[in-house]
Ligand binder design. Structure first.
Ligand code: SF4
Ligand code: SF4
Length: 213
């Protein structure tokens, strides 16, 4: 488990939130490892420095994914500007995206599942096969345009998504979900007496893109 995710789950140990964060973190670890293996095997790479997908959508996420992001913002970043931006709502691109930062995602170690999968993982087809299609923002230099797998053993976005939905099934827009989760995490942190605690993040900077793990 990435060190900072471990620190956050430990901070909430003994609570339902802590248990859910731990389960989610294990899913993230397995997703990163398996998608990384898929990308290495089939030569799928994002364009260096690219973050165009983050500029073109606001992901839908579950409450526990939002709690991880909110806990990271409150206990690691403690960034009031970012909190205000999220609470402003109505964003047309992800409010956690920073165009000026070469690594773009401001919550990289706790980014939601879809951000770990987009452009890196096949989708399940109706007949049970799996298709990978190149991200439409990638020019064709770093990814094959199309891969098809007949085997049901190839993991798809659905396989990972189902596991996250087993923890919590509600889904909402990232800015709404994180704004709500900031309140929940703030309250739980107050009860636990950890409000104001600062957790250091020593996660290495991502290369080459927000999604690539
Ligand atoms: S999936 Fe990769 S190549 Fe496509 S827009 Fe996102 S970062 Fe760029
Ligand atoms: S990778 Fe980060 S900036 Fe990009 S959409 Fe996901 S949370 Fe937002």
């Amino acid at each position: 488990m990435e060190k900072i995710r471990e620190k956050i789950t430990q901070a909430f140990e003994g609570t339902v939130m802590g248990e859910n964060l731990k389960r989610l973190s294990q899913i993230y670890d397995e997703t990163d490892e398996e998608c990384g293996e898929f990308c290495r095997r089939y030569n799928v790479h994002c364009t260096e420095g690219c973050g165009t997908c983050c500029e073109n959508f606001v992901p839908d996420i579950t409450p526990v994914e939002a709690e991880f992001v909110a806990a990271y913002i409150l206990l690691v970043k403690n960034d009031l500007t970012l909190i205000n931006r999220i609470q402003a709502q109505g964003h047309t691109f992800c409010p956690l995206y920073d165009r000026e930062n070469p690594h773009h995602c401001q919550v990289y170690p706790v980014r939601p599942l879809v951000c770990r999968l987009f452009g890196q993982c096949p989708s399940r087809m109706k007949d049970g096969s799996a298709d990978f299609r190149r991200c439409r923002f990638e020019g064709g230099k770093n990814m094959p345009s199309y891969l098809h797998f007949d085997s049901p053993d190839v993991k798809t976005m659905d396989d990972y998504g189902i596991r996250v939905h087993e923890i919590s099934s509600d889904v909402s827009n990232l800015d709404e979900a994180v704004a709500r989760a900031l309140g929940t995490v703030f309250l739980t942190s107050s009860y636990l007496g950890i409000l104001g605690v600062h957790l250091d993040d020593d996660t290495p900077n991502p290369t080459p893109s927000p999604q690539a793990s």
